[in-house]
Ligand binder design. Structure first.
Ligand code: NAD
Length: 348
């Protein structure tokens, strides 16, 4: 019996790229017992709820999930799927690695892992209107909640990640020059935690977010692990994805103390749904992060290397990367590279 993992294939291109990912992991010998569950549009049709309790219960049981993209139904009464998952499982760290796969572009040496605080800051949803005179919406107020404990756990996660993955520096991004209390607390905790890791070879620096946004497009190769608060992380992680070729190849992990959910950063790509030509690489990379999490790092490295050489080779890539291959043809080419004895790999 393999390691139990909840699989949410998702909507749109989700089922196709999830099939490809499951097939590739099986070919790589990963011993996983998939517990397939619904969420999103598919769950709304079947259970009248985009995030049914049966799916939440499954994640509670397996504590690890691989999730395809989900269509969040717009309309009153529906729970936001991502918010429900983050809240239910207190997924406090959103981890998004980005590195260049095909060299020859403007940024050849980008290799950044952004760790975004996922539960606090401006996104806690503490907002309200203020009535002035006759205008009930004369002003609006949003609160950014930063706690010492919330800051410490995500900053510590970033340092531990750096240690585990042989990285050398953590850059903490903030706006403490203006928001002296909330952002100041995040920075204060960062400096305290950093002291513990100095002797373990992890350097620390802090950067103000506006300067960081500029430095990322001027000299992104100087950054290694980056940790920041919720909204800055939301924005900077997309900027970083853009440096290495967009969201199409970007995986993400949502880490909590009791559960972890791995996903592709992209959405359901309605324009490609049902055509069999979506690129499964982002979900495959997310599955590799999941294998890392399950301490199966050697296998994850082997799969990542096979995907990257297939992409660099260019003969079997999907249309988004300039090729003509289908999702299945790309996956077959990656599988052939996992087993170099096959003719496909021998021809290289
Ligand atoms: P999208 O990421 O689905 O698509 C943006 C563009 O990227 C499209 O042109 C699409 O064809 C392309 N693309 C995305 N993934 C691709 C892949 N694997 N291979 C090839 N091309 C790919 O973004 P959108 O159109 O803004 O959103 C569509 C739906 O997805 C919405 O319902 C949105 O709510 C949902 N969404 C879900 C998640 C998630 O579940 N994590 C994330 C983002 C968007």
């Amino acid at each position: 019996m393999g390691t139990p993992v909840t699989l949410i294939p998702g909507d749109g291109i989700g089922p196709g790229i999830a099939d490809a990912t499951v097939r590739l992991l099986a070919a790589a010998g990963a011993d996983i017992a998939w517990d397939v569950r619904l969420a999103g549009r598919a769950a709304l049709s079947a259970h009248r709820d985009p995030i049914p309790d049966s799916t939440l219960d499954a994640i509670r049981r397996t504590r690890v999930a691989l999730k395809g993209p989900l269509e969040t139904p717009i309309g009153e009464g529906y729970r936001s799927i991502n918010v429900a998952l983050r809240k239910t499982f207190d997924l406090y760290a959103n981890v998004r690695p980005a590195h260049v796969i095909v060299r020859g572009g403007r940024f050849d040496r980008v290799d950044i892992v952004l760790v975004r605080e996922n539960t606090e800051g401006l996104y806690v949803g503490a907002e309200h209107y203020i009535k002035v005179g006759d205008d009930p919406r004369a002003a609006a107020e949003s609160m950014a909640i930063i706690t010492r404990a919330g800051s410490e756990r995500v900053i510590r996660y970033a340092f531990e990640y750096a240690l585990r993955h042989g990285r050398r520096k953590v850059t903490l991004v903030h706006k403490a020059n203006i928001l002296k209390f909330s952002q100041g607390l995040f920075l204060e905790v960062g400096r305290q935690v950093a002291r513990e890791y100095e002797s373990r070879g992890i350097a620390f620096e802090d950067k103000i977010v506006d300067a960081m946004a500029m430095n990322l497009v001027l000299r992104p190769e100087q950054y290694d692990v980056v940790v920041t608060t919720n909204m800055f992380g939301d924005i900077l992680s997309d900027e970083i994805s853009g440096l290495v070729g967009g969201l199409g190849l970007a995986p993400g992990a949502n880490i909590g103390t009791h559960a972890a959910i791995f996903e592709a950063v992209h959405g359901t790509a309605p324009d490609l749904a049902g055509k069999g030509v979506a690129n499964p690489a982002a979900l495959i990379f997310a599955a590799c992060m999941m294998l890392d999490h399950l301490n199966d790092t050697a296998r994850a490295d082997r799969i990542r290397a096979a995907v990257e050489t297939t992409i660099r080779d260019g003969r079997h890539v999907t249309p988004d990367l300039g090729g003509t291959a289908t999702t299945d043809q790309f996956t077959d080419a990656v599988i052939a590279r996992l087993h170099p004895s096959t003719r496909e790999a021998a021809a290289d």
